[in-house]
Ligand binder design. Structure first.
Ligand SMILES: Cc1ncc(COP(=O)(O)O)c(C=O)c1O
Length: 412
Protein backbone atom coordinates (compact mmCIF):
# COMPACT_ATOMS: atom_id res chain seq x y z
CA UNK A 1 0.00 0.00 0.00
CA UNK A 2 1.21 3.55 -0.76
CA UNK A 3 1.58 5.84 2.24
CA UNK A 4 1.42 9.59 1.78
CA UNK A 5 2.94 10.53 5.12
CA UNK A 6 5.05 9.05 7.88
CA UNK A 7 4.24 5.36 8.50
CA UNK A 8 3.68 4.55 12.15
CA UNK A 9 5.75 1.62 13.38
CA UNK A 10 4.02 -1.73 13.70
CA UNK A 11 4.97 -4.18 16.41
CA UNK A 12 7.55 -6.65 15.16
CA UNK A 13 5.64 -9.48 16.78
CA UNK A 14 2.79 -8.85 14.33
CA UNK A 15 4.96 -8.34 11.25
CA UNK A 16 6.76 -11.64 11.80
CA UNK A 17 3.52 -13.65 11.77
CA UNK A 18 3.41 -15.98 8.79
CA UNK A 19 0.59 -18.12 7.50
CA UNK A 20 1.72 -20.14 4.52
CA UNK A 21 -1.76 -21.42 3.65
CA UNK A 22 -3.03 -17.96 2.81
CA UNK A 23 0.33 -16.66 1.50
CA UNK A 24 -0.07 -18.62 -1.73
CA UNK A 25 -3.56 -17.24 -2.30
CA UNK A 26 -2.41 -13.90 -3.68
CA UNK A 27 -0.73 -15.26 -6.83
CA UNK A 28 -3.76 -17.53 -7.33
CA UNK A 29 -6.07 -14.51 -7.17
CA UNK A 30 -3.94 -12.75 -9.78
CA UNK A 31 -4.39 -15.70 -12.12
CA UNK A 32 -8.13 -15.68 -11.50
CA UNK A 33 -8.25 -11.95 -12.22
CA UNK A 34 -6.68 -12.76 -15.60
CA UNK A 35 -9.57 -15.15 -16.27
CA UNK A 36 -7.93 -18.49 -15.34
CA UNK A 37 -9.78 -21.12 -13.36
CA UNK A 38 -7.62 -22.37 -10.48
CA UNK A 39 -8.10 -25.78 -8.81
CA UNK A 40 -7.74 -24.88 -5.16
CA UNK A 41 -6.28 -27.63 -3.03
CA UNK A 42 -4.92 -25.28 -0.40
CA UNK A 43 -7.47 -24.52 2.31
CA UNK A 44 -8.79 -26.98 4.89
CA UNK A 45 -12.41 -25.97 4.53
CA UNK A 46 -14.77 -28.78 3.42
CA UNK A 47 -17.65 -26.45 2.50
CA UNK A 48 -16.51 -25.34 -1.00
CA UNK A 49 -16.20 -29.04 -1.96
CA UNK A 50 -19.85 -29.88 -1.35
CA UNK A 51 -19.64 -31.12 2.25
CA UNK A 52 -22.42 -29.57 4.30
CA UNK A 53 -23.51 -29.91 7.92
CA UNK A 54 -26.65 -32.04 8.37
CA UNK A 55 -30.04 -30.36 8.16
CA UNK A 56 -30.75 -30.76 11.88
CA UNK A 57 -27.78 -28.51 12.67
CA UNK A 58 -29.01 -25.84 10.29
CA UNK A 59 -32.51 -26.11 11.78
CA UNK A 60 -31.06 -25.74 15.27
CA UNK A 61 -29.28 -22.54 14.20
CA UNK A 62 -32.51 -21.10 12.76
CA UNK A 63 -34.35 -22.07 15.96
CA UNK A 64 -31.70 -20.35 18.08
CA UNK A 65 -32.32 -17.14 16.17
CA UNK A 66 -36.11 -17.54 16.35
CA UNK A 67 -35.93 -18.21 20.07
CA UNK A 68 -34.14 -14.90 20.53
CA UNK A 69 -30.72 -16.12 21.68
CA UNK A 70 -29.14 -12.93 20.45
CA UNK A 71 -27.39 -11.71 23.57
CA UNK A 72 -23.95 -12.37 25.03
CA UNK A 73 -23.30 -15.71 26.68
CA UNK A 74 -21.09 -16.53 29.63
CA UNK A 75 -17.44 -15.93 28.68
CA UNK A 76 -16.47 -19.55 29.36
CA UNK A 77 -19.35 -20.74 27.16
CA UNK A 78 -23.13 -21.11 27.09
CA UNK A 79 -23.90 -23.67 29.84
CA UNK A 80 -26.04 -25.71 27.41
CA UNK A 81 -23.14 -26.02 24.98
CA UNK A 82 -20.67 -26.71 27.78
CA UNK A 83 -22.90 -29.51 29.11
CA UNK A 84 -23.19 -30.99 25.61
CA UNK A 85 -19.37 -30.96 25.33
CA UNK A 86 -19.10 -32.73 28.70
CA UNK A 87 -21.64 -35.36 27.53
CA UNK A 88 -19.72 -35.93 24.29
CA UNK A 89 -16.48 -36.51 26.20
CA UNK A 90 -18.21 -39.04 28.44
CA UNK A 91 -19.91 -40.78 25.52
CA UNK A 92 -16.94 -40.84 23.12
CA UNK A 93 -13.97 -41.14 25.43
CA UNK A 94 -15.36 -42.25 28.77
CA UNK A 95 -13.76 -39.20 30.40
CA UNK A 96 -15.73 -37.35 33.10
CA UNK A 97 -15.24 -33.60 32.93
CA UNK A 98 -16.95 -31.04 35.10
CA UNK A 99 -18.58 -28.05 33.36
CA UNK A 100 -15.88 -25.88 34.95
CA UNK A 101 -13.22 -27.83 33.01
CA UNK A 102 -14.49 -26.39 29.70
CA UNK A 103 -13.69 -22.99 28.16
CA UNK A 104 -15.31 -22.11 24.82
CA UNK A 105 -13.76 -19.80 22.24
CA UNK A 106 -14.22 -18.64 18.66
CA UNK A 107 -12.47 -21.63 17.13
CA UNK A 108 -9.53 -23.71 18.31
CA UNK A 109 -7.29 -20.97 16.93
CA UNK A 110 -8.58 -18.45 19.47
CA UNK A 111 -8.53 -21.04 22.24
CA UNK A 112 -4.88 -21.78 21.41
CA UNK A 113 -4.15 -18.06 21.37
CA UNK A 114 -5.65 -17.65 24.83
CA UNK A 115 -3.84 -20.73 26.15
CA UNK A 116 -0.39 -19.77 24.83
CA UNK A 117 -0.93 -16.14 25.82
CA UNK A 118 -1.65 -17.22 29.38
CA UNK A 119 1.15 -19.76 29.68
CA UNK A 120 4.27 -18.55 27.85
CA UNK A 121 6.89 -16.70 29.87
CA UNK A 122 10.11 -15.29 28.36
CA UNK A 123 12.51 -18.17 27.70
CA UNK A 124 9.80 -20.83 27.62
CA UNK A 125 9.97 -23.46 24.92
CA UNK A 126 7.00 -25.20 23.36
CA UNK A 127 7.44 -28.53 21.58
CA UNK A 128 5.53 -28.68 18.30
CA UNK A 129 5.23 -31.48 15.78
CA UNK A 130 7.27 -30.96 12.63
CA UNK A 131 5.36 -30.33 10.40
CA UNK A 132 2.28 -28.72 12.03
CA UNK A 133 -0.65 -26.35 11.58
CA UNK A 134 1.25 -22.99 11.27
CA UNK A 135 -0.35 -20.99 14.13
CA UNK A 136 1.37 -23.28 16.66
CA UNK A 137 4.73 -21.92 15.61
CA UNK A 138 3.66 -18.33 14.97
CA UNK A 139 1.64 -17.93 18.18
CA UNK A 140 4.45 -19.27 20.36
CA UNK A 141 6.76 -16.66 18.81
CA UNK A 142 4.08 -13.95 19.06
CA UNK A 143 3.92 -14.46 22.82
CA UNK A 144 7.70 -14.38 23.17
CA UNK A 145 8.35 -18.11 23.50
CA UNK A 146 10.55 -20.39 21.45
CA UNK A 147 8.96 -23.08 19.29
CA UNK A 148 10.99 -26.29 19.22
CA UNK A 149 9.95 -28.66 16.47
CA UNK A 150 10.24 -32.40 16.97
CA UNK A 151 10.60 -34.83 14.09
CA UNK A 152 7.80 -36.91 12.68
CA UNK A 153 8.90 -39.74 10.43
CA UNK A 154 7.64 -39.93 6.87
CA UNK A 155 8.89 -43.52 6.47
CA UNK A 156 6.59 -44.44 9.37
CA UNK A 157 3.62 -42.62 7.86
CA UNK A 158 4.61 -39.50 9.80
CA UNK A 159 4.51 -40.97 13.29
CA UNK A 160 6.30 -38.81 15.87
CA UNK A 161 9.90 -39.64 16.69
CA UNK A 162 9.44 -40.13 20.43
CA UNK A 163 13.22 -40.21 20.99
CA UNK A 164 13.47 -36.78 19.43
CA UNK A 165 10.70 -35.51 21.73
CA UNK A 166 12.57 -36.95 24.71
CA UNK A 167 15.84 -35.31 23.59
CA UNK A 168 14.19 -31.91 23.12
CA UNK A 169 12.18 -31.89 26.36
CA UNK A 170 14.27 -29.76 28.74
CA UNK A 171 13.74 -27.72 31.89
CA UNK A 172 12.77 -24.84 29.62
CA UNK A 173 9.84 -26.76 28.08
CA UNK A 174 6.47 -25.33 29.10
CA UNK A 175 4.17 -27.28 26.82
CA UNK A 176 4.34 -30.29 24.53
CA UNK A 177 1.85 -30.23 21.65
CA UNK A 178 0.35 -33.22 19.94
CA UNK A 179 -1.98 -32.91 16.94
CA UNK A 180 -3.86 -36.16 16.44
CA UNK A 181 -4.82 -36.67 13.60
CA UNK A 182 -2.19 -34.29 12.29
CA UNK A 183 -2.43 -31.40 9.88
CA UNK A 184 -0.67 -31.43 7.35
CA UNK A 185 0.34 -35.13 7.29
CA UNK A 186 -2.97 -36.85 8.17
CA UNK A 187 -1.08 -39.13 10.59
CA UNK A 188 -3.22 -40.85 13.22
CA UNK A 189 -1.27 -41.79 16.34
CA UNK A 190 -1.82 -45.17 17.98
CA UNK A 191 -2.40 -45.47 21.72
CA UNK A 192 1.25 -46.44 22.36
CA UNK A 193 2.46 -43.16 20.87
CA UNK A 194 -0.07 -41.08 22.80
CA UNK A 195 0.95 -42.91 25.95
CA UNK A 196 4.66 -42.21 25.31
CA UNK A 197 3.93 -38.50 25.05
CA UNK A 198 1.87 -38.58 28.23
CA UNK A 199 4.62 -40.47 30.08
CA UNK A 200 7.26 -37.98 28.97
CA UNK A 201 5.15 -35.01 30.02
CA UNK A 202 4.34 -36.82 33.26
CA UNK A 203 8.07 -36.99 34.04
CA UNK A 204 8.32 -33.21 33.52
CA UNK A 205 5.02 -32.15 35.04
CA UNK A 206 6.65 -29.79 37.51
CA UNK A 207 7.22 -27.39 34.58
CA UNK A 208 5.33 -28.74 31.55
CA UNK A 209 1.87 -29.78 30.37
CA UNK A 210 0.45 -31.55 27.34
CA UNK A 211 -1.59 -29.75 24.68
CA UNK A 212 -3.61 -32.28 22.70
CA UNK A 213 -5.28 -30.90 19.56
CA UNK A 214 -8.05 -33.34 18.66
CA UNK A 215 -10.04 -31.21 16.23
CA UNK A 216 -10.01 -34.04 13.63
CA UNK A 217 -10.83 -36.77 16.18
CA UNK A 218 -13.76 -38.46 14.40
CA UNK A 219 -12.36 -37.83 10.94
CA UNK A 220 -10.47 -41.11 10.47
CA UNK A 221 -10.54 -43.73 7.73
CA UNK A 222 -9.18 -46.97 9.18
CA UNK A 223 -8.97 -46.79 12.94
CA UNK A 224 -10.36 -44.85 15.84
CA UNK A 225 -8.60 -41.84 17.29
CA UNK A 226 -7.48 -42.29 20.90
CA UNK A 227 -8.14 -39.20 23.03
CA UNK A 228 -5.06 -38.34 25.10
CA UNK A 229 -7.16 -37.84 28.25
CA UNK A 230 -8.30 -41.50 28.15
CA UNK A 231 -4.76 -42.86 28.36
CA UNK A 232 -3.28 -40.29 30.71
CA UNK A 233 -5.77 -39.03 33.28
CA UNK A 234 -2.89 -38.34 35.67
CA UNK A 235 -1.02 -35.93 33.37
CA UNK A 236 -1.67 -32.16 33.27
CA UNK A 237 -3.23 -31.63 29.92
CA UNK A 238 -5.35 -29.25 27.89
CA UNK A 239 -7.29 -30.88 25.06
CA UNK A 240 -8.41 -28.67 22.18
CA UNK A 241 -11.41 -29.51 20.08
CA UNK A 242 -14.05 -27.72 18.04
CA UNK A 243 -16.81 -27.72 15.48
CA UNK A 244 -14.90 -26.68 12.34
CA UNK A 245 -13.91 -30.06 10.97
CA UNK A 246 -15.96 -33.03 12.22
CA UNK A 247 -19.16 -30.95 12.37
CA UNK A 248 -18.44 -29.14 9.09
CA UNK A 249 -19.08 -25.59 10.30
CA UNK A 250 -15.69 -23.80 10.18
CA UNK A 251 -17.42 -20.47 9.65
CA UNK A 252 -19.40 -20.75 12.90
CA UNK A 253 -16.10 -20.22 14.73
CA UNK A 254 -16.41 -22.49 17.75
CA UNK A 255 -13.67 -24.32 19.60
CA UNK A 256 -13.04 -25.26 23.20
CA UNK A 257 -10.41 -26.30 25.69
CA UNK A 258 -10.86 -29.18 28.15
CA UNK A 259 -8.77 -28.99 31.30
CA UNK A 260 -7.35 -32.07 32.92
CA UNK A 261 -5.45 -30.92 35.97
CA UNK A 262 -4.85 -33.76 38.43
CA UNK A 263 -2.46 -31.88 40.73
CA UNK A 264 -3.64 -28.29 40.29
CA UNK A 265 -0.48 -27.27 38.43
CA UNK A 266 -2.56 -25.57 35.71
CA UNK A 267 -4.69 -23.48 38.10
CA UNK A 268 -2.90 -20.16 37.46
CA UNK A 269 -2.77 -20.63 33.71
CA UNK A 270 -6.46 -21.50 33.64
CA UNK A 271 -7.25 -18.39 35.67
CA UNK A 272 -5.25 -16.38 33.12
CA UNK A 273 -7.22 -17.90 30.25
CA UNK A 274 -10.49 -17.14 32.01
CA UNK A 275 -9.47 -13.52 32.53
CA UNK A 276 -8.61 -13.18 28.85
CA UNK A 277 -11.86 -14.94 27.91
CA UNK A 278 -13.90 -12.47 29.98
CA UNK A 279 -12.01 -9.59 28.42
CA UNK A 280 -13.13 -10.63 24.92
CA UNK A 281 -16.71 -11.35 26.12
CA UNK A 282 -17.85 -14.59 24.44
CA UNK A 283 -18.22 -16.81 21.38
CA UNK A 284 -21.32 -16.59 19.17
CA UNK A 285 -24.53 -17.18 21.14
CA UNK A 286 -26.57 -18.71 18.34
CA UNK A 287 -23.72 -20.88 17.08
CA UNK A 288 -23.27 -22.32 20.59
CA UNK A 289 -26.97 -23.21 20.83
CA UNK A 290 -26.87 -24.96 17.47
CA UNK A 291 -23.59 -26.68 18.30
CA UNK A 292 -25.11 -28.08 21.49
CA UNK A 293 -27.86 -29.66 19.37
CA UNK A 294 -25.23 -30.96 16.94
CA UNK A 295 -23.21 -32.72 19.63
CA UNK A 296 -26.30 -34.36 21.13
CA UNK A 297 -28.04 -35.13 17.81
CA UNK A 298 -27.58 -37.79 15.12
CA UNK A 299 -23.98 -38.30 14.00
CA UNK A 300 -24.68 -40.06 10.65
CA UNK A 301 -22.96 -37.31 8.70
CA UNK A 302 -19.63 -38.39 10.21
CA UNK A 303 -19.80 -41.87 8.66
CA UNK A 304 -20.95 -40.45 5.33
CA UNK A 305 -18.12 -37.89 5.35
CA UNK A 306 -15.45 -40.46 6.23
CA UNK A 307 -16.72 -42.87 3.58
CA UNK A 308 -16.38 -40.14 0.97
CA UNK A 309 -12.96 -39.08 2.26
CA UNK A 310 -11.66 -42.67 2.35
CA UNK A 311 -12.36 -43.06 -1.38
CA UNK A 312 -10.57 -39.77 -2.05
CA UNK A 313 -7.65 -40.76 0.20
CA UNK A 314 -7.25 -44.14 -1.53
CA UNK A 315 -7.38 -42.50 -4.95
CA UNK A 316 -4.89 -39.79 -3.93
CA UNK A 317 -2.29 -42.18 -2.50
CA UNK A 318 -2.52 -44.58 -5.44
CA UNK A 319 -2.45 -41.93 -8.16
CA UNK A 320 0.30 -39.80 -6.61
CA UNK A 321 2.55 -42.80 -6.09
CA UNK A 322 2.14 -43.68 -9.78
CA UNK A 323 3.74 -40.38 -10.72
CA UNK A 324 7.48 -40.52 -11.33
CA UNK A 325 9.26 -38.34 -8.79
CA UNK A 326 6.44 -38.16 -6.22
CA UNK A 327 6.08 -40.17 -3.04
CA UNK A 328 2.98 -39.95 -0.87
CA UNK A 329 2.62 -41.56 2.57
CA UNK A 330 -0.86 -42.73 3.53
CA UNK A 331 -2.93 -40.33 5.64
CA UNK A 332 -5.24 -42.12 8.09
CA UNK A 333 -7.23 -39.10 9.24
CA UNK A 334 -8.04 -35.41 8.71
CA UNK A 335 -8.31 -34.42 5.04
CA UNK A 336 -4.79 -33.74 3.82
CA UNK A 337 -2.00 -35.46 1.93
CA UNK A 338 1.62 -34.36 2.19
CA UNK A 339 3.55 -35.69 -0.83
CA UNK A 340 7.32 -35.48 -1.29
CA UNK A 341 8.96 -34.18 -4.46
CA UNK A 342 12.05 -36.32 -5.05
CA UNK A 343 13.77 -33.78 -7.31
CA UNK A 344 13.62 -31.23 -4.49
CA UNK A 345 15.22 -33.71 -2.10
CA UNK A 346 18.15 -34.53 -4.40
CA UNK A 347 18.34 -31.06 -5.98
CA UNK A 348 18.00 -32.44 -9.52
CA UNK A 349 15.04 -30.24 -10.42
CA UNK A 350 14.94 -26.63 -11.60
CA UNK A 351 13.35 -25.31 -8.41
CA UNK A 352 15.18 -23.55 -5.60
CA UNK A 353 12.78 -24.85 -2.98
CA UNK A 354 9.28 -26.18 -2.36
CA UNK A 355 7.71 -22.71 -2.44
CA UNK A 356 9.10 -22.07 -5.91
CA UNK A 357 7.85 -25.52 -6.93
CA UNK A 358 4.33 -24.80 -5.68
CA UNK A 359 4.21 -21.38 -7.35
CA UNK A 360 5.46 -22.85 -10.64
CA UNK A 361 2.85 -25.63 -10.48
CA UNK A 362 0.25 -22.93 -9.88
CA UNK A 363 1.38 -20.68 -12.73
CA UNK A 364 1.80 -23.45 -15.27
CA UNK A 365 -1.00 -25.83 -14.32
CA UNK A 366 -3.43 -23.61 -12.38
CA UNK A 367 -3.45 -25.90 -9.35
CA UNK A 368 -2.94 -24.38 -5.91
CA UNK A 369 -1.13 -26.40 -3.22
CA UNK A 370 0.77 -25.19 -0.14
CA UNK A 371 4.56 -25.51 0.17
CA UNK A 372 5.65 -27.95 2.87
CA UNK A 373 8.22 -25.60 4.39
CA UNK A 374 5.29 -23.37 5.38
CA UNK A 375 4.40 -26.09 7.91
CA UNK A 376 7.99 -26.56 9.03
CA UNK A 377 11.16 -25.31 7.34
CA UNK A 378 13.09 -28.46 8.33
CA UNK A 379 10.62 -31.34 8.59
CA UNK A 380 8.19 -30.08 5.96
CA UNK A 381 10.60 -28.96 3.24
CA UNK A 382 10.60 -30.65 -0.20
CA UNK A 383 6.90 -31.49 0.25
CA UNK A 384 3.59 -29.87 -0.52
CA UNK A 385 0.21 -30.13 1.12
CA UNK A 386 -3.06 -30.69 -0.66
CA UNK A 387 -6.56 -31.25 0.68
CA UNK A 388 -8.23 -34.48 -0.39
CA UNK A 389 -11.68 -32.86 -0.16
CA UNK A 390 -12.57 -32.51 -3.88
CA UNK A 391 -14.13 -35.43 -5.72
CA UNK A 392 -11.86 -37.83 -7.59
CA UNK A 393 -12.52 -36.11 -10.94
CA UNK A 394 -11.06 -32.86 -9.67
CA UNK A 395 -8.27 -34.60 -7.78
CA UNK A 396 -7.55 -36.68 -10.88
CA UNK A 397 -7.32 -33.55 -13.02
CA UNK A 398 -4.92 -31.93 -10.52
CA UNK A 399 -2.72 -35.06 -10.45
CA UNK A 400 -2.74 -35.44 -14.26
CA UNK A 401 -1.52 -31.87 -14.49
CA UNK A 402 1.13 -32.56 -11.84
CA UNK A 403 2.39 -35.51 -13.85
CA UNK A 404 2.53 -33.46 -17.06
CA UNK A 405 4.24 -30.60 -15.22
CA UNK A 406 6.95 -32.86 -13.79
CA UNK A 407 7.52 -34.65 -17.10
CA UNK A 408 7.91 -31.33 -18.88
CA UNK A 409 10.11 -29.62 -16.28
CA UNK A 410 12.29 -32.60 -15.45
CA UNK A 411 12.90 -33.85 -18.97
CA UNK A 412 16.58 -33.49 -19.94
C1 LIG B 1 -4.70 -28.93 13.84
C2 LIG B 1 -5.65 -27.78 13.72
N1 LIG B 1 -6.04 -27.14 14.82
C3 LIG B 1 -6.89 -26.10 14.75
C4 LIG B 1 -7.38 -25.65 13.54
C5 LIG B 1 -8.28 -24.44 13.49
O1 LIG B 1 -9.52 -24.69 13.90
P1 LIG B 1 -10.61 -23.58 14.17
O2 LIG B 1 -11.38 -23.42 12.89
O3 LIG B 1 -11.43 -24.19 15.27
O4 LIG B 1 -9.92 -22.33 14.58
C6 LIG B 1 -7.00 -26.29 12.36
C7 LIG B 1 -7.52 -25.83 11.05
O5 LIG B 1 -7.09 -26.14 10.01
C8 LIG B 1 -6.12 -27.39 12.46
O6 LIG B 1 -5.71 -28.03 11.37
Amino acid sequence: MQTTGHALAAADRSLQVEYAIRDVVLPARELEAQGHEVLKLNIGDPIPYGFQPPQHMLDALAQAVAAGHNGYTASEGDPEFVDAIVRREQRRNGVSYDASDVIVGTGVTEVLQMLLGASILPGDEVLIPGPAYPPYDSLVKYFGGTPVHYATLEEEDWQPDVDDVRAKLTDRTKAVCLINPNNPTGALYPETVVKSFADLVGEHQDHAFLVSDEIYDDMTFDGRQVASATVAPDVPMVTLNGMSKVYLVPGWRLGHSLWNDPTGSLAQIKEGVLKVARNRICASSIAQKAAAAALDGPQDHVTAMNDALRVRRDFTVKRLNEIDGIHCARPDGAFYAFPRVESLVDGSGPWKDDKEFVLDYLREEKVLAVHGSGFDPEYGRDHFRIVILPDTDILGAAFDRLEAFLQRRLSP
